[in-house]
Design a protein around this ligand. Sequence first.
Ligand code: BTN
Length: 329
Amino acid sequence: MPSMKDNILEYFESQPGIVISGGFIAKELHISRTAVWKNIKTLIEEGYDLITVPQRGYYLDKNSDKLSEKLIRKELRTKVIGKDLRIYPTTTSTNDLLKEIAKSGGAEGTVVISEEQTKGKGRMGRSFYSPQGQGIYLSILLRPDKSADKAVSITITSAVAVAEAIDKVAGVDTRIKWINDLFLQEKKICGILTEASMEMESGKLEYVIVGIGINVNKKNFRVPEPLEGVIGYISESGGIDLPISRNRLIAEILNALEAVYFKDDFSSVLKTYKDKSIVLGKFVEASIDGKLQRVKAMDIDEDGRLIIQKESGDIYKLNSGEVSIKHWE
Ligand code: BTN
């Protein structure tokens, strides 16, 4: 049941930029003006950009980009993904939080989003920079009826869905670096961390958590030193519709993922993935048997493995790990 605060917020979110008086809302909701004022005060404390216009009322700043279930649902066309959608002001890691939900029987399609993460996780034990308000930190719970060796295909499917959603919302052409990093103008704008749990007896996947981290709108502060020049923001890419509405982008990601995930046509996903690849045909550095080697990225096979050619001419398949691009041309 929506709370009084949610009901009040709805008036502002449905007409951003329009001044609405406290008296009007009080009358509509059959509550006192003081109750309206108290709830608006709480909303402001929670970070909603509600502006006071003396003698007239309040309005929601049109450029407000606070995460909102209501605004996400406005654009959401899914049946399963996002049916259960939970937004948190802060969390350690949305993947960790969703893992707990998965273990206690959470339904396929449950989505957890946070305004910030205090222990955002990247691949290979790295951390993921997750400051408040300028990114999307989101995890999706899937329960595919597949064997564990198919988990990579889910990562690839997710990367394609996220790339297509970003392209649609921002009017850009996102590129993919094997296996699941998204790039714009040679800067990483998104990383995906897929974590899976397997049933030991059957070798089947019990659940998969797809954790997506996107750098969306750069605010006026500097990124930490080691990330400078390495990560980028969609808002810096010169796309068509800036700044990006995070709520809309989230909805389009969930729409795109539901469409490709349930279609279960991996060969067409792989085609899009290859078209968007920035590594194919390039010389890259890859760690093979613990040694960093210069290799040529030749192809991606139907299991999502990167087929590379060593300097010796030998062909080798990479299952996971990471490649780095030394020369972009
Ligand atoms: C990478 O680039 O190495 C993967 C980054 C994945 C980050 C996302 S943010 C939402 C989810 N929660 C996490 O702790 N990590 C993923």
